[in-house]
Design a protein around this ligand. Structure first.
Ligand SMILES: [Cu+2]
Length: 210
């Protein structure tokens, strides 16, 4: 778990963001309002009771259009974006991300937006490990994706699968980080860094607009 339990979002935004990114985005001194958090103290896996609100957030935050695999678009407007992604929500295809009920949609954010990114791994079974990287890359991806220096916007480390077949009896791994969207528009990719997963399609576009 890399979650910082702080009432003021801005405080741990500052902690989590790299100095290079912070400098690039001109975010020093930026004031961030408090953000609600459903998360327990750092280092503890989440119970279903704790993770269910995050899953609900993943389905409701942002504005969605479209809907088929990889064709949907989820837009996060404004200077702050709270993005919650699920890795392999039950009932959805293997090796996919779900956002706003869509499979691997395009994510759209505004240039310079302060982004809080959360990933919940809902997958179950041996080896069903997932994480997420957002980087200046584009598909097709090889089995092992290497990210050139300077191309990575953010990385949430690999998370273990849920612990029980029963959703309500399971515990869940969640990772969270904050970062600043680039100041100039551009197209990036989000993808799972588990070998073979991005290659198999566990990826989507991350688009920064003015
Ligand atoms: Cu994966």
């Amino acid at each position: 778990m890399v979650i910082r339990k702080k009432a003021a979002w801005g405080l741990w935004l500052g902690l989590a963001c790299s100095p290079a990114l912070a400098g690039m985005a001109g975010m020093q001194g930026m004031k961030m309002g408090p953000m609600p958090s459903h998360l327990p103290p750092q280092g503890q896996p989440l119970t279903w009771k704790a993770v269910a609100p995050l899953v609900r957030d993943s389905q409701t935050l942002g504005a969605a259009t479209g809907g088929s695999h990889g064709a949907g678009v989820v837009t996060f407007k404004g200077r702050k974006a709270n993005i919650v992604m699920v890795a392999v929500q039950p009932g959805f295809p293997d090796q996919t991300f779900e956002i706003h009920g869509q499979v691997d949609p395009e994510i759209v954010v505004h240039a310079g937006a302060a982004i809080r990114l959360t990933l919940v791994n809902m997958d179950y079974g041996p080896g069903m490990i997932h994480g997420v990287v957002i980087a200046k890359l584009s598909p097709p991806f090889p089995e092992m994706v290497s990210v050139p220096a300077g191309a990575r916007l953010v990385e949430l480390p690999l998370e273990m699968p849920r612990t029980s077949k029963s959703l309500t009896r399971s515990s869940y791994h969640v990772e969270r980080a904050t970062f600043m969207a680039p100041m100039t528009p551009g197209t990036y990719a989000y993808f799972c860094q588990m070998p073979g997963h991005a290659h198999g399609g566990m990826t989507g576009r991350f688009v920064v607009v003015r």
